[in-house]
Design a protein around this ligand. Structure first.
Ligand SMILES: [Fe+2]
Ligand SMILES: [Fe+2]
Length: 129
Protein backbone atom coordinates (compact mmCIF):
# COMPACT_ATOMS: atom_id res chain seq x y z
CA UNK A 1 0.00 0.00 0.00
CA UNK A 2 2.73 2.43 1.01
CA UNK A 3 6.10 2.44 -0.67
CA UNK A 4 8.74 4.67 -2.15
CA UNK A 5 7.78 6.04 -5.56
CA UNK A 6 9.81 7.80 -8.26
CA UNK A 7 7.97 11.05 -7.62
CA UNK A 8 9.34 11.09 -4.05
CA UNK A 9 12.98 10.91 -5.13
CA UNK A 10 15.12 13.88 -4.13
CA UNK A 11 18.16 12.73 -6.12
CA UNK A 12 20.27 12.51 -2.97
CA UNK A 13 20.95 8.82 -2.55
CA UNK A 14 21.29 8.56 1.22
CA UNK A 15 18.17 10.65 1.83
CA UNK A 16 16.18 8.59 -0.69
CA UNK A 17 17.32 5.33 0.91
CA UNK A 18 16.27 6.55 4.35
CA UNK A 19 12.89 7.71 3.02
CA UNK A 20 12.45 4.21 1.60
CA UNK A 21 12.85 2.74 5.09
CA UNK A 22 10.35 5.26 6.49
CA UNK A 23 7.80 4.08 3.91
CA UNK A 24 8.53 0.48 4.93
CA UNK A 25 7.68 1.35 8.53
CA UNK A 26 4.50 3.13 7.32
CA UNK A 27 3.60 -0.02 5.41
CA UNK A 28 4.05 -2.08 8.60
CA UNK A 29 1.66 0.27 10.39
CA UNK A 30 -0.82 -0.24 7.55
CA UNK A 31 -0.45 -4.04 7.73
CA UNK A 32 -1.07 -3.94 11.48
CA UNK A 33 -4.10 -1.72 10.89
CA UNK A 34 -5.77 -4.21 8.52
CA UNK A 35 -4.72 -7.35 10.42
CA UNK A 36 -7.82 -8.85 12.02
CA UNK A 37 -6.02 -11.78 13.58
CA UNK A 38 -4.17 -9.89 16.28
CA UNK A 39 -6.63 -9.29 19.11
CA UNK A 40 -4.30 -7.18 21.23
CA UNK A 41 -2.12 -4.83 19.18
CA UNK A 42 -0.74 -2.77 22.06
CA UNK A 43 2.83 -4.14 21.99
CA UNK A 44 2.96 -3.92 18.19
CA UNK A 45 1.77 -0.31 18.28
CA UNK A 46 4.24 0.85 20.91
CA UNK A 47 7.02 -1.04 19.15
CA UNK A 48 6.23 0.61 15.79
CA UNK A 49 6.01 4.06 17.39
CA UNK A 50 9.42 3.54 18.99
CA UNK A 51 11.03 2.34 15.75
CA UNK A 52 9.47 5.18 13.81
CA UNK A 53 10.75 7.67 16.37
CA UNK A 54 14.28 6.23 16.44
CA UNK A 55 14.59 5.95 12.68
CA UNK A 56 13.11 9.35 11.87
CA UNK A 57 15.31 11.04 14.50
CA UNK A 58 18.36 9.46 12.85
CA UNK A 59 17.14 10.42 9.38
CA UNK A 60 16.41 14.04 10.36
CA UNK A 61 19.87 14.35 11.88
CA UNK A 62 21.50 13.02 8.68
CA UNK A 63 19.36 15.27 6.53
CA UNK A 64 20.14 18.33 8.64
CA UNK A 65 23.87 17.51 8.58
CA UNK A 66 23.70 17.29 4.80
CA UNK A 67 21.85 20.61 4.54
CA UNK A 68 24.44 22.21 6.78
CA UNK A 69 27.25 20.85 4.61
CA UNK A 70 25.81 22.58 1.55
CA UNK A 71 24.77 25.66 3.55
CA UNK A 72 21.15 25.13 2.61
CA UNK A 73 19.11 28.28 3.09
CA UNK A 74 15.78 26.77 4.11
CA UNK A 75 17.19 24.56 6.83
CA UNK A 76 15.33 26.37 9.62
CA UNK A 77 11.91 25.50 8.14
CA UNK A 78 13.07 21.92 7.78
CA UNK A 79 14.16 21.69 11.38
CA UNK A 80 10.87 23.05 12.69
CA UNK A 81 8.91 20.47 10.68
CA UNK A 82 11.22 17.64 11.80
CA UNK A 83 10.93 18.66 15.46
CA UNK A 84 7.13 18.87 15.23
CA UNK A 85 6.98 15.34 13.82
CA UNK A 86 9.04 13.90 16.66
CA UNK A 87 7.09 15.92 19.25
CA UNK A 88 3.79 14.55 17.95
CA UNK A 89 5.07 10.98 18.41
CA UNK A 90 6.50 11.83 21.84
CA UNK A 91 3.17 13.21 22.97
CA UNK A 92 1.19 10.07 22.23
CA UNK A 93 -0.50 8.97 25.45
CA UNK A 94 0.11 5.22 25.79
CA UNK A 95 -2.83 4.75 28.16
CA UNK A 96 -5.17 6.10 25.51
CA UNK A 97 -3.37 3.91 22.98
CA UNK A 98 -4.36 0.84 24.98
CA UNK A 99 -8.04 1.76 25.26
CA UNK A 100 -8.57 2.76 21.62
CA UNK A 101 -6.12 0.57 19.75
CA UNK A 102 -7.87 0.45 16.36
CA UNK A 103 -8.55 4.18 16.24
CA UNK A 104 -5.02 5.02 17.35
CA UNK A 105 -3.43 2.91 14.61
CA UNK A 106 -5.69 4.51 12.01
CA UNK A 107 -4.83 8.00 13.25
CA UNK A 108 -1.13 7.15 13.44
CA UNK A 109 -1.15 5.74 9.90
CA UNK A 110 -2.88 8.82 8.52
CA UNK A 111 -0.59 11.22 10.37
CA UNK A 112 2.62 9.43 9.31
CA UNK A 113 1.72 8.90 5.66
CA UNK A 114 0.24 12.39 5.14
CA UNK A 115 3.23 13.99 6.84
CA UNK A 116 5.82 11.91 5.04
CA UNK A 117 4.41 12.43 1.55
CA UNK A 118 3.74 16.13 2.01
CA UNK A 119 7.10 16.81 3.66
CA UNK A 120 9.06 14.95 1.00
CA UNK A 121 7.19 16.50 -1.93
CA UNK A 122 6.99 20.06 -0.59
CA UNK A 123 10.15 20.33 1.45
CA UNK A 124 12.78 17.60 1.02
CA UNK A 125 12.63 17.65 -2.77
CA UNK A 126 13.73 21.28 -2.73
CA UNK A 127 17.04 20.46 -1.03
CA UNK A 128 18.66 19.35 -4.29
CA UNK A 129 17.20 22.14 -6.40
FE1 LIG B 1 13.51 13.56 4.84
FE1 LIG C 1 13.15 16.81 5.88
Amino acid sequence: MYEMKDEYLTGIEQIDNEHRVLFEIAEEIYQLCVNEFVPDKYDHITNLIQRLKDYSAMHFKNEEDYMESIQYKRMFTQKIQHDNFIRKLDNMDLEIVDQNQEQIIKDLLKFVTDWLIEHILETDKRIAE
